[in-house]
Design a protein around this ligand. Structure first.
Ligand code: DQA
Length: 152
């Protein structure tokens, strides 16, 4: 992890495909809270640590690649739940590798107890750490970790 030049005290939360359906999507796996609920949790955790929070959700790989590219040198840290893209998007991995601040990978579920295809992550090799399996609590934990790593 490199230090950013002079980034704003902002944490960028990125949400990948299908996370807009949280609350209705396989609630037995992902819980009943909506993405909006999780963003509210993340925003409060960021504020408590002295950071602002920006959030982007997209079902499209290129949008997330663009969001990471636009974060370089601009924001202090990234928290990313890339959904299924976590398991195969080399474009997202390359984009994250170019980011010059801390990166925390986040999942609501624990992918390592699930389908074989979920048990590898292309985000993990370019992230500082991983929070998974804690449901909505993970949003607070991931933001706290990102803020701490960013020096907040
Ligand atoms: C997820 C886990 C991924 O395997 C899955 O494709 C998702 C959600 C999680 O938050 O648990 O979309 O990232």
């Amino acid at each position: 992890m490199n230090q950013t030049s002079n980034p704003a005290p902002v944490i960028l939360l990125l949400s990948g495909p299908n996370l807009q359906l949280l609350g209705r999507r396989e609630p037995e796996v992902y819980g009943t809270d909506t993405l909006e609920d999780h963003v509210r949790t993340a925003t409060a955790a960021a504020a408590a640590a002295g950071f602002g929070l920006e959030h982007t959700q997209s079902n499209h790989e290129g949008d997330l690649v663009d969001a990471v590219g636009g974060a370089v040198g601009r924001v202090a840290a990234i928290v990313i739940n890339a959904g299924a893209l976590s398991h195969y998007s080399r474009a997202l991995q390359d984009a994250l590798a170019a980011f010059d601040g801390p990166i925390v990978e986040l999942h609501l579920s624990n992918p390592y107890t699930r389908d074989a295809w979920r048990q590898s992550s292309v985000v993990a090799p370019v992230a500082d750490g991983l929070i998974c399996g804690f449901g909505g609590l993970g949003y607070r934990l991931a933001v706290e970790a990102a803020a701490e790593l960013a020096g907040g």
